[in-house]
Design a protein around this ligand. Structure first.
Ligand code: CP
Ligand code: NVA
Length: 308
């Protein structure tokens, strides 16, 4: 069976834990090395990953490319607009052709149905590099960052502030798989999708909602946020106005548990969802979180290739 990674639930809790353990082992083993030097075991030697981007990216693009280099393989980066996909070749035919040429495909796209179609027609693993619905690779890096900072996942308490978006959907999914709790503080009309919430609750996660941002971060061991307007969403003045009370500033961090961490997938809109003082301050682990995209990606790649 081809292993696709469209959402965290495709892997499940035990595999997710194995990915985090693998990253925790591999990351320190190459401390101080040149960033492109392959790991000693080069477990993906000869493998090639094709990446398709229908939206902008800095971290996902570079971290997957570096992950493949460090695993001994290589990557091909394609902008969808420069592919025949951009002038009407179908997703299904793209999947069939790329499956004959490369060993795995990563795509960043808008409609989640597109990645599902790609996976249906591909005979090699397909990895979700972000869709309008979810961003599972980001959350593997976030979980790695939390564990690295000494926060075990079961029983962890997180506070999310702002938009009920793709990143939150994957974080909610993780709460179910790894049994932790998230309190979501968001204004009316910007809640996450019910399906993710219900599935996470059934799996054993605790998902709570509040309109009061201070209530959302109360006792939180980490405060997590993201941009208020995701790529491809309309930039509405009404939404920006509704989000104002959910900005993460120093007073908000002081309302969380003592020593709480601040996480943000980046890119940040400084002065909107987070202040400079917080993102550049002592609570922030955002640069570790960004670096950990490489280490998380490596474990995701090893999982799709059946090595974990
Ligand atoms: N966090 C994240 O996915 O960043 P990019 O959009 O730069 O890939
Ligand atoms: N929610 C953001 C995440 C960017 C990495 C977006 O979809 O634009």
């Amino acid at each position: 069976m081809t292993r696709h990674f469209l959402d965290l639930s495709d892997a499940g809790g035990p595999a997710l834990a194995a990915m985090i353990d693998d990253a925790l082992r591999r990351k320190p083993a190459r401390a101080g090395w040149a960033k492109g030097r392959p790991d000693a075991d080069a477990p993906l030697a000869g493998r090639v990953l094709a990446m398709i981007f229908e939206k902008n990216s800095t971290r996902t693009r570079v971290s997957f490319d570096m992950a493949m280099r460090q695993l001994g393989g290589s990557a091909i980066v394609m902008e969808a607009g420069a592919m025949q996909l951009g002038r009407g070749e179908s997703i299904a035919d793209t999947a069939r052709v790329l499956s004959r040429m490369v060993d795995a495909i990563m795509i960043r796209t808008d409609d989640h149905a597109k990645i599902e179609a790609l996976a249906t027609h591909a005979s090699v693993p397909v990895i979700n590099g972000l869709t309008d619905r979810s961003h599972p690779c980001q959350i593997v890096a976030d979980l790695l960052t939390l564990v690295e900072r000494g926060l075990p996942l079961p029983g962890l308490k997180l506070g999310w502030l702002g938009d009920g978006n793709n990143v939150l959907h994957s974080l909610i999914e993780a709460a179910g798989l790894m049994r932790f709790s998230i309190t979501v503080g968001s204004p009316a009309g910007f809640a996450p999708d019910d399906g993710y919430v219900e599935r996470a609750r059934q799996a054993g996660g605790t998902i709570r909602f509040t309109a009061d941002p201070r209530d959302a971060v109360k006792d939180a061991q980490a405060v997590v946020t993201d941009c208020w307007v995701s790529m491809g969403q309309p930039d509405s003045a009404a939404k920006l106005a509704a989000m104002q009370p959910y900005r993460v500033d120093e007073a908000m961090m002081a309302a969380a548990a003592p020593g709480a961490l601040f996480l943000h997938c980046l890119p940040a809109h400084r002065g909107e969802e987070v202040t400079d003082a917080v993102i550049d301050g002592a609570h922030s682990v955002v640069w570790d979180e960004a670096e950990n995209r490489i280490h998380a990606q490596k474990s995701i790649l090893r999982w799709v290739f059946g090595q974990l």
